[in-house]
Design a protein around this ligand. Sequence first.
Ligand code: G
Ligand code: G
Ligand code: MN
Ligand code: NA
Length: 254
Amino acid sequence: VQLKNELWRALYHNELRLFYQPKNDAGSGQIIGYEALVRWQHPVRGLLSPDKFLPVAEKSGMIIQVGEWVLNEACRQLAIWHAQGNTELSVSVNLSALQFEQEMLAQVVLNALTTNNVPPEKMILEITETTAMRSPKETIRILTILKEHGIQVSIDDFGTGYSSLLYLQSMPASELKIDRAFVREINNNHTDTRLLAMIIELAKNMNLNIVAEGVETEEQQRQLTELGCNILQGFYFSRPVPPEQLVLPEIMVK
Ligand code: G
Ligand code: G
Ligand code: MN
Ligand code: NA
């Protein structure tokens, strides 16, 4: 059976899962939200990572249905955290290029939010720099609509694409996610570190949150905080895990 046909079955039989990885405030270490990362609990092949099935989903257009499932499931989980008292938590959801360019995107996201009764301000949509810069004018139009509805947007894998910093200046995004490649090079490559410092400076001037992803060591945590990243994410804090294994922030009891 082709994976593509199996993917329909997966959706119908609820075989997709969301794992979550915490995003931590760099200063306090406090968990401020989680990134949702999709998995497929395949009955025969076991737990499949997104690179095993998302390319197929993208090619067949099924990524629209998969993405809609992801949005709804992430909002359902967010509602649970909020009901438990963690009302400040946000959830980050990755969008594929096809999803981002969908005319109905804002409606699909708002529908997931209102169905689960969670505020749009707590939803962060992640689009890659490459997707964002494919057609910058169109991206600005879409981001403006999302922003009008209170939905946040993060530019993911930043620094790997060809984005002109000039275009970035005009993007109504709320967050910049520095690509893992920069984080990895922080100790080895002086030029990369200086470029990173410049990107952080620019993002600060734009009032963007700056997330460093792929933080694996205490040393990286320290240096990235010093460089001005205000949010950190990576194996150093936690791998992506199913919701029942998550460490949740402690709720302040008055
Ligand atoms: O979780 P992991 O490191 O295996 O993710 C691999 C890639 O898959 C990452 O680039 C991530 O952004 C992407 N990805 C994970 N979940 C989703 C999702 O729900 N939708 C889309 N479009 N991409 C995702
Ligand atoms: O492209 P995106 O940023 O959405 O990718 C998320 C992916 O990064 C997930 O597949 C996740 O498993 C992976 N990831 C998260 N933290 C780390 C880390 O500290 N090191 C490495 N190598 N990968 C990480
Ligand atoms: Mn991401
Ligand atoms: Na990324």
